[in-house]
Design a binder for this molecule. Structure first.
Ligand SMILES: Cc1ncc(COP(=O)(O)O)c(C=O)c1O
Length: 442
């Protein structure tokens, strides 16, 4: 198919809800390592990694070789038969979870399904049903996951499910209490106690949260936040589910899981995305008592399929063998330093936040009022695309640029991205100061 035929077929035969970035959708033809190529043969530096999913580079040779081998051997048996790739992955995962405490896995195909499974497990274990999630969260696209999600844009056409309430998140740049850290004494975390006493029955099944809120725009809490909330939730009988769909596998630097940065022990971790480096996989891994409380049988036809689990094991091995968690910390720190320099230079950059190779900038029209520069963010994305760098967008107001390149990139790649970002910020900043905006959608 030609590029135009692909775009037309998408338009005519996909749900329009399958939205694409940019006015003219970018048709990606192939990819390798940190690069993708469009249908016209243009090469792009991929700083979004397929929405925080390409952890070890597109078509990583080591992962590819293992997957090829498996394709010639066994594709599918379903969960009613045992197979080696699933068993080997489950065993490896049990060895790397925080303090070795989460040892039993349930595999599915996506982050949404992983979170569905986690909530079922928490309800079975505690005998309670009510769940606390966070404002600005994103947890997936099933009916339940959309209710856990707290961004109106991502909650389509359904009445919310009962039994889910949302606490304030630790959004320090726009503090819901109008306070400043550390003088605030992390009021947002302490408020969870009142939330439970006023909006639930006081019997909590779980608190589910992302260690750093991904779709929300890499909102990063103060270091005390999770400990305070976990202590409160556990007083009401609830367990803690860490949604690590974006933050796991070393993405935040040094640690395997984002929650380890906050020194808190979760009862369940969910993940997906970077675990398969592009092959579909969802993971719910739990403390044995929690997993064992799910009595009866449950099935996921494709969950734990030999190809995805082979890829996932190969991804983890690659991260370990190549010390990518260290590289992520080092290159991530370097990138953060460069972004902070850009903040000094460009008034439009209101905030820089994130950890490791999960870094965002929040764009504002005015630093004092913090009015979100939503349109300028779309313009910036388009300018960067024209300069052959792909970035992600996020935030409730669509005014955050998200950067999550493969974890094996180098400082040279960061320099290449920063050079283009610097020039593009000058262009949008200049337009903004003259009240000129381009019409760019999404
Ligand atoms: C934190 C988080 N949880 C869950 C999901 C849902 O994952 P999936 O799209 O694989 O269903 C996402 C997807 O972006 C996510 O970022």
């Amino acid at each position: 198919m030609t590029k135009d035929e692909i775009i037309l077929a998408n338009k005519e035969h996909l749900f329009p809800a399958v939205f694409h970035y940019f006015d003219e959708p970018l048709v990606i033809d192939h990819a390798k390592d940190q690069y993708v190529w469009d249908a016209d043969g243009n090469q792009y530096l991929d700083f979004f990694g397929g929405i925080v999913t390409i952890s070890v580079g597109h078509l990583n040779e080591q992962v590819k070789a293992k997957v090829h081998e498996q394709i010639d051997k066994l594709w599918h048996v379903s969960t009613v038969f045992a197979n080696e790739p699933q068993a080997a992955l489950a065993k490896k995962l049990a060895a790397i979870t925080p303090n070795g405490a989460l040892t039993k896995s349930f595999f599915t195909n996506s982050g949404t399904e992983a979170n569905e499974t986690a909530i079922v497990a928490a309800r079975c274990y505690t005998g309670h049903t009510e769940v606390i999630a966070l404002r600005h969260a994103y947890h997936g696209r099933s009916a339940m996951a959309m209710t856990l999600t707290a961004q109106a844009n991502w909650r389509l056409g359904q009445a919310p499910q009962p039994g889910i309430v949302h606490a304030h998140n630790a959004y320090c740049y726009r503090c819901p209490f109008g306070l400043t850290y550390p003088r605030c004494e992390v009021q947002c975390a302490k408020d969870v106690d009142e939330l439970i006493r006023t909006t639930t029955s006081g019997r909590v099944a779980a608190f589910i949260a992302e260690p750093i809120q991904g779709v929300g725009g890499f909102i990063t809490p103060p270091k005390e936040y999770f400990k305070i909330v976990q202590d409160i939730v556990s007083q009401y009988g609830g367990i803690f589910i860490s949604d690590e769909v974006q933050t796991a596998w070393g993405r935040t630097g040094e640690k395997w899981f984002g929650i380890e940065q906050w020194g808190v022990q979760p009862d369940i971790i969910t993940s997906a995305k970077g675990l398969g480096n592009g092959l579909p996989i969802g993971l719910t891994i739990a403390r044995p008592e929690v997993a064992d409380s799910m009595k009866g049988a449950t099935i996921s036809t494709f969950g734990g399929n030999p190809i995805s689990t082979t890829a996932a094991k190969a991804v983890i091995d690659f991260i370990e063998e190549n010390n990518l968690r260290k590289n992520t910390a080092e290159v991530g720190d370097y990138m953060r330093g460069c972004l902070l320099d850009l903040k000094e230079k460009h008034q439009i950059v209101g905030d820089v936040r994130g950890m490791g190779l999960l870094q965002a900038i929040e764009l504002v029209e005015d630093r004092r009022t913090k009015k979100p520069a939503t349109q300028a963010t779309s313009e910036l994305m388009a300018l960067m695309k024209d300069r052959r760098v792909l970035m992600g967008k996020g935030g409730l107001m669509g005014n955050c640029i998200r950067m999550s390149p493969p974890m094996n990139i180098s400082k040279t790649d960061v320099d290449a991205m920063i050079g283009q970002l610097d020039e593009s910020l000058s262009v949008v900043g200049e337009r903004l100061s003259h009240g000129v905006t381009q019409t760019v959608s999404r």
